[in-house]
Design a protein around this ligand. Sequence first.
Ligand code: SME
Length: 158
Amino acid sequence: MLNDSYEELVAAIAGLLDGEQDYIANAANLSALVFDRLDDVNWVGFYFMRGGELVVGPFCGLPACTRIAVGRGVCGTAVARRQTLVVENVQAFDGHIPCDPISRSEVVVPLELDGEVIGVFDIDSPSAARFGDDDRVGLEAIANVYLRSLPAQFVVPA
Ligand code: SME
């Protein structure tokens, strides 16, 4: 169940992406809106699967590591498990990849399209335990709006 603030945010994102199918344009605008609207976040963005690894896509925040192997870090682990990860304390997550040193907690939502993971949606906060189950549900709903914006049979360009 979406809480009221995520319901509003999901509606705003659906409006923002309406009528546009470009995967970069939509990832960029979505990241900018979420970065602006959510409190206490320092990185919001996308990684896409390219050549078997995650490659950074549009984001807001400090420059991030460009490539992440599947199974590595929070992002690569979310891909390997095909499961949203909510990490309360990134310093306690074995293999966490620090991009912005102020990040303390993180949510990574795998983007699954037609049974295939095409990337991840990643949100970092400078506060420990910033994200709870409401956030997981809300951020998964946001990721779904993004996935629904893509054209049928979308594949990430090589
Ligand atoms: N912390 C992530 C890397 C990406 S940045 O947070 C933007 C990880 O451990 O996979």
